[in-house]
Structures are given as C-alpha cells and as structure tokens.
Design a protein around this ligand. Structure first.
Ligand code: DX5
Ligand code: ZN
Length: 222
C-alpha cells in the first residue's frame, strides 16, 4: 500500500495569521507543510525566507518541506536547515553543481530533492539518484499559486516513478501545482505519493473537508 501525503502550500494561507494557519491545517490532517521560497529572480515573485520558516517551526510537529525557487541556492541552504526545515528541494537550472548542492542539503541534516519544471528534462536525475530523497514534479510553471494543472505532468510523474522503482530506493514523488480534489487521483495513478495543494486547501473555508475529500479520492486509487 502506498503511503499518500498531503502537503498544503502556505503560499495561499493568510500571512497575517501564519502560525494559526499552519496549526489549523495540520489539525485538519496535513502531513507536511510546503513552504514556497521565491526570490524575484529565478521566478517573478517574492515570498518568504528562513526567518518565517523559523517563526512557524514551533507551531507544528510535521515536516516542513522547503521548495527553493531561488538562484543561487547554496548560500541559503544552511539558513533553512537552522530554521527547522526537514526537506529542501531546488531546481536544477538554479544550481551550477547539482551533486554538490544535494550533498550540502544532506550534510545539513535535511532530505534533498530536485524540482522539475514542466519543460525541464528528467536526465538531471541520471547520475545523482543515490543523493536524492524526493523528486518534485511541477504541474504548473513556478511563481504563483492558483494556476491550472498542466496534464503533461502526468507523463513526467510516470517517468519519475519508473526511475524510482528501477533504483530500488526509498524516494518520495511529489507533485506541485493546480492539484485539487478533481485531479489528485490522476496524479496518484501516474505514480505520485505526495501532493502539494495551495489554493485548493487554503482557498476554502473548511480545510478538513478538502483534505478528507482528497483522501477519499486517494483511497479509491488502485
Ligand atoms: C508554485 C508553487 C506551488 C503553489 C501551489 O510556484 O511552487 O507550491 O503554491 O499552489 P496551487 O496549489 O494553488 O497551484
Ligand atoms: Zn511549491
């Protein structure tokens, strides 16, 4: 049986009440907090950094999954590890030395992963599978919440699933962008086990109702 994990993205939360928001979403059943870091350079938007990660850390016990949409990446990694991150992922285009960056994340005590934009080829995985704990497939172009799921992402999830199974390693397969109750089962069917959802959860008044409905969809996946 696959263990499915729901990872609400704080990008769509109320930033004026962030501590309360993450507590509420974990109480509603979230398994992971997805923390989107944007730098107005690698992506055309600007969000939050290690200070805010540190501020929410005492509010929840679940892992904090830091998705770095920044360039360069290496300098900021130890800061996020100190701020309480458990998982750190980055985009291969944003690092000059992928192997070194993956090792740096692990050396700082976090799980490490690569993020693939809709048009980013998957070959970046070929020589680093032994340094990867998580693969994140973007199903939108990064930078904003509330965009529509790009169906081609399902093919990429399936490719990533094959690579993980062939490696025999315990690697999480996460999908991020436009995930909602209506399409979460298709992403699971393609091979994803971890589902980021921002607007679909924080955009609704009843977080538990959405997460429960997502779990019902996942329970029906064969
Ligand atoms: C996009 C971010 C996503 C985003 C998801 O760049 O990486 O995590 O917050 O938001 P929704 O679920 O609204 O597409
Ligand atoms: Zn994200």
């Amino acid at each position: 049986m696959t263990t499915y994990r729901i990872a609400p993205s704080i990008l769509s939360a109320d930033f004026a009440r962030l501590g309360e928001e993450v507590r509420n979403v974990v109480a509603a059943g979230a398994d992971i907090i997805h923390f989107d870091v944007m730098d107005n350079h690698y992506v055309p938007n600007l969000t939050v950094g290690p200070l805010v990660c540190e501020a929410i850390r005492p509010h929840v016990q679940v892992p904090i999954d830091v998705h770095l949409m920044v360039k360069p990446v290496d300098r900021i990694i130890p800061d996020f590890a100190k701020a309480g991150a458990n998982i750190i992922t980055f985009h291969p285009e944003a690092s000059e030395h992928l192997d070194r960056t993956l090792q740096l994340i692990r050396d700082n005590g976090c799980k490490a992963g690569l993020v693939f934009n809709p048009a980013t080829p998957m070959h970046y995985l070929d020589h680093v599978m032994d340094k990867i704990d998580i693969i994140l497939i973007m199903s939108v172009n990064p930078g904003f919440g509330g965009q529509s799921f790009i169906p081609e992402a399902l093919n990429k999830i399936a490719i990533a699933r094959r690579k993980i199974d062939e490696s025999g390693r315990d690697i999480m397969l996460e999908v991020d962008g436009g995930i909602k109750i209506e399409n979460i089962a298709a992403a699971a069917q393609a091979g994803a086990d971890t589902f980021v959802a921002g607007s679909a959860i924080f955009g609704k008044p009843d977080y538990k109702a959405v997460i429960d409905a997502m779990r019902d969809q996942l329970a029906a996946v064969k």
